[in-house]
Design a protein around this ligand. Structure first.
Ligand code: APR
Ligand code: PHB
Length: 405
């Protein structure tokens, strides 16, 4: 067995694990990242792609923003569409200059993996039988097999960045965690299509047949979603049927509609709200999807992972540079304040824009009135805008050794 000594052991090479690894590197803190999938798998996994202003600023301040600069699509606003009409929400005007940027999660993961490899610090892909131990000791461990060799990472802290289905959260003893959960009675059927986006900003549509979302990945690729029953199988949907449903739900009275093109990827994702608290147990710190899941309607998943690791990096920097533990001790509470605000926003966006199976005609009219109020009140639009572009961060860039944007 090979023993690897490091300061921080990181399980998972998704956005949370890779961002943390690089933030620690920039602060001279050692880490080892252990991922059970291949490099190609973690890069090719199609996920969301909307970045808050703060996440964009963070990636640039960390020196991993080149791809984002070149290929990111900055959006100064978005549309909310209902009863056949699109209503514009001017994010920049309503938030004093903040915007969102569309840049696929897989691009971010690719950029961060390249940055990790450039640092020369360890990143193990295709690790097998990953397990963690000694969480309540001063020297927790990560055990795994790689290329037929058994390895044990001995470290001071473990960052559990292994997502919702990872091994870190379940390794916390029973009775420690309190779990808050809500599953939604629908999922999203999503496609990637080779079609030039017919609108330069996102369009969130509330239609009598259900929710639909117009997004994009590049000037050549459109990303579209519509709500379907939770157990729906993608095999039930021919490409033609998908386009018929997309166009039925999205086409507006002024005849705006998405361009149709070859569907290159399609799938159905379930929708849930999930929070596990506390986000720390002994020397194990959970970050990102390992601790919380939001429904994608508010585009908060990736951004929450980024804000978690910013809080964790500050705490670890303070520990290693000054032996201070108060920020480590405050990690969970600090993150959860932002997590619950994002949970509330994501639940509100989901509840307002989706059709619930047991919805009464009263409920439907109330939702329409909610959208009518939203799109005719500056106060309501400002509330949406400030949450959508991202609420102010709890942690300053300076406190993790970065210069402010
Ligand atoms: N051992 C090692 N790695 C693991 C294990 C394991 N047992 N289980 C899972 N992993 C890896 C996954 O393969 C994945 O690469 O952990 C990583 C977790 O990454 P994500 O699921 O992307 O989670 P996170 O980094 O927290 O990013 C959250 O991802 O799912 C989106 O919408 C979500 O945007 C949000 C973001
Ligand atoms: C996406 O572009 O994939 C996307 C955009 C907005 C969302 C969710 C997903 O709310």
């Amino acid at each position: 067995m090979s023993v690897i000594r490091t300061q921080v052991g990181i399980v998972g090479a998704g956005p949370a694990g890779l961002l943390l690894g690089h933030l620690l590197h920039l602060n001279g803190i050692d880490s080892v990242i252990v991922e059970n999938r291949s490099r190609d798998y973690v890069i090719d996994r199609v996920r969301a792609g909307v970045l808050e202003q703060g996440t964009v600023d963070l990636l640039k301040a960390m020196g991993v923003g080149d791809g984002l600069e070149r290929k990111g699509l900055r959006h100064d606003g978005l549309y909310v569409s209902f009863q056949g009409e699109r209503h514009h929400v001017n994010l920049v005007e309503l938030t004093g200059g903040k915007a969102i940027t569309v840049y696929g999660q897989n691009e971010i993961v690719r950029d961060l993996i390249d940055a990790r490899i450039a640092t020369g610090r360890p990143l193990y892909f295709e690790a097998e039988g990953v397990s963690v131990g000694g969480l309540e000791s001063a020297e927790p461990t990560i055990a795994f097999q790689h290329d037929g060799t058994a390895h044990e990472v001995q470290c001071d802290f473990i960052a559990g960045c292994d997502g919702f289905h990872g091994i870190c959260r379940p390794s916390i003893p029973d009775g420690v965690l309190t779990v808050y959960e809500r599953t939604y009675p629908f999922g999203w059927l999503g496609i990637l299509a080779e079609a030039a986006p017919s609108c330069d900003e996102l369009v969130y549509t509330c239609h009598a047949r259900g929710f639909a979302l117009f997004s994009m990945r590049s000037p050549q690729v459109t990303r579209l979603y519509f709500q379907v029953p939770p157990e729906e199988s993608i095999d039930n949907w021919s490409d033609e049927a998908i386009w018929n449903e997309m166009l039925t739900r999205m086409t507006t009275h002024d005849r705006w509609k998405p361009n149709v093109g070859r569907i290159v990827q399609k799938g159905v994702t379930p929708m849930r709200s999930f929070v596990a608290t506390p986000m720390r147990h002994g020397r194990l710190f959970l970050a990102g999807d390992a601790a919380h899941i939001v429904p994608p309607t508010g585009a908060k998943g990736l951004n929450l992972a980024a804000s978690d690791v910013l809080v964790l990096a500050r705490a670890l920097k303070s520990f290693y540079e000054r032996g201070r533990t108060e920020w480590l001790d405050g990690y969970s509470d600090t993150c959860l304040r932002r997590v619950w605000k994002a949970q509330r926003f994501s639940w509100w966006m989901t509840s307002t824009l989706h059709r619930f199976p047991d919805e009464t005609p009263f409920d439907h009219q109330r939702r329409i009135a909610d959208l009518d109020y939203l799109t005719s009140s500056r106060a309501a639009m400002t509330s949406l805008a400030e949450q959508y572009v991202g609420l102010p961060a709890e942690v300053s860039f300076e406190s993790v050794g970065l210069s402010a944007p």
